[in-house]
Design a protein around this ligand. Structure first.
Ligand code: XIL
Length: 377
């Protein structure tokens, strides 16, 4: 190599190296929502202290990085409608004031679920079990009151949550047992009547399991065929650091795209703690005893696992970028490791590390990996 070309190539090399560091650090300073802007919305679940301004760390991250939030609990039946004649809309009203002032879109979670629903819902005033017509009327009244109140202000609703078992059969809950399987279609119709412009989703976990995915796809097809308004499928996305394999996640995105509905990743987190296989997913009825070996990172996530988590988040977001034509939104189910539900699920009282920011709100390598993936790297 001549002296000139040596100087030339080393100059080019140095310049390229500096340039890539500048670009990378620039990107690191860019909000996630800006990097994802022409692909999908980026959201986070928000809890009550955050919504009420008592968690400045999380609120700063929300304002900066997210263009949509989903209240973690305050729109669930037990919170918003705790007694037959009493709705508690205050917390949602206050949250909306904050999100609307910042141009953040609010998503409603959730109208019909077998969890976090008071027992009285399924009983008559005299304490008798309800019949189909009475329960349908109660469901209609609830949906009309809640969706109607926020008409034009809440952009989309998880209308029905977790109606299927992992094997694809309809879950036996008071909803399916008292009303029958058409409680799903009815809920979508009631929601559409209450706000014709809101997007309506069917939401579930473990949709990467083929039997459950196929059941959800069949449901969506039947609803569409019958003219029931369904806009999208919500894939919760409670995944582990090493499971499910990426090809199964992909196989649960593609068919819904083909059906012509939006795919929404509604509750993303990546759990790096050990989890017995039968506890995959998000079945809240399973609460086993904690053993110490299942809580190995109380003092912090070791570097090697930190890198593994970053790699996994990078892989997941490269997949999302690849299928950005089908995916309308990606919502994380917390902001930082300090407030994720995975500190208490499926075992209570663990120290978990599934989010992009640590307990102090500092970005982790997983954050950089997501930035990189959204930058097309
Ligand atoms: C969880 C919340 O994060 C917790 O605060 C609450 O105690 C239990 O519910 N699937 C869902 C969410 O659809 O509503 C659940 O949220 C997590 C699993």
């Amino acid at each position: 190599m001549s002296g000139f070309s040596r100087i030339f190539s080393s100059t080019v090399f140095t310049w390229l190296a500096v340039w890539s560091v500048v670009v990378a650090s620039d990107r690191r300073d860019m909000p996630l929502r800006t990097l994802a802007a022409d692909r999908f919305l980026i959201g986070a679940a928000i809890n009550v202290p955050q919504a009420e301004g008592r968690d400045a760390v999380a609120m700063n991250l929300i304002s900066r990085h997210f263009n949509t939030v989903t209240p973690e609990n305050i729109l669930k039946w037990e919170k918003v409608h705790p007694e037959p004649e009493r709705y508690d809309f205050g917390p949602v009203d206050r949250l909306l004031e904050v999100t609307e002032s910042q141009g953040i879109l609010l998503i409603g979670h959730t109208l019909v679920w077998h969890q976090q629903t008071p027992r009285w819902v399924f009983k008559s005033a005299s304490g008798e079990p309800m019949d189909r017509d009475a329960l349908l009327e109660r469901l209609r009244a609830h949906i009309t009151a809640v969706v109607g109140r926020y008409k034009g202000r809440i952009g989309g609703w998880d209308v029905v949550n977790e109606a299927f078992e992992d094997d694809g059969t309809v879950r036996k809950t008071p909803w399916s047992q008292i009303i029958g399987e058409d409680f799903i279609a009815k809920a979508f119709e009631f929601a559409h009547q209450a706000d014709p412009d809101a997007e309506l989703y069917y939401n579930d976990y473990n949709l990467w399991k083929p039997a459950k995915r196929d059941a959800a796809a069949r449901l969506v097809r039947q609803l569409l065929d019958r003219g029931v308004p369904v806009d999208g499928i919500g894939e919760q996305g409670h995944w582990l650091i090493n499971d499910p394999p990426l090809d199964l996640i992909e196989a649960a995105i593609v068919p819904f795209g083909k059906l012509g509905v939006k795919v929404v990743i509604t509750e993303l987190d990546v759990d790096p703690l050990p989890r017995p296989r039968e506890l995959m997913g998000a079945d809240l009825s399973k609460r086993p005893e904690l053993r110490q070996s299942l809580d190995p990172y109380r003092e912090g996530l070791p570097d090697a696992v930190q890198q593994e988590l970053a790699q996994r988040y990078g892989d997941i977001f490269r997949l999302f970028v690849k299928h950005a034509d089908k995916i309308a939104r990606v919502t994380f189910w917390a902001v930082t490791d300090a407030n994720t539900w995975l500190n208490n699920f499926p075992f209570r009282g663990r120290t978990n590390h599934p989010m992009l920011w640590d307990r102090e709100g500092k970005p982790k390598p997983a954050f950089d990996a997501v930035i990189k993936a959204l930058s097309g790297k």
